[in-house]
Design a protein around this ligand. Structure first.
Ligand SMILES: [Zn+2]
Ligand SMILES: [Zn+2]
Length: 68
């Protein structure tokens, strides 16, 4: 893929790759190679929602013992 132009996030650096999620063309600084996403999407994908955090805290301490 040959792309030319500026990053759609900072509009200052040349495009490095395309986000797999939102399809934005982003520069090296705004492209997360691990996930193949732009930094915006990567941050969302990694950050657990408040609900998920609540679920974790709701688990009783004895769950591990019970499964054993
Ligand atoms: Zn950028
Ligand atoms: Zn994205």
């Amino acid at each position: 893929m040959s792309v030319s132009g500026l990053c759609e996030i900072c509009e200052a650096a040349t495009i490095e790759d395309q986000c797999d999620r939102c399809g934005r063309l982003v520069c090296e600084d705004h492209y997360d190679r691990e996930t193949g996403l732009c930094t915006d999407c990567a941050a969302e994908a990694r950050r657990p929602t408040d609900d998920e955090q609540k679920d974790d805290r709701d688990y009783p301490d004895g769950v591990d013992e019970y499964e054993f």
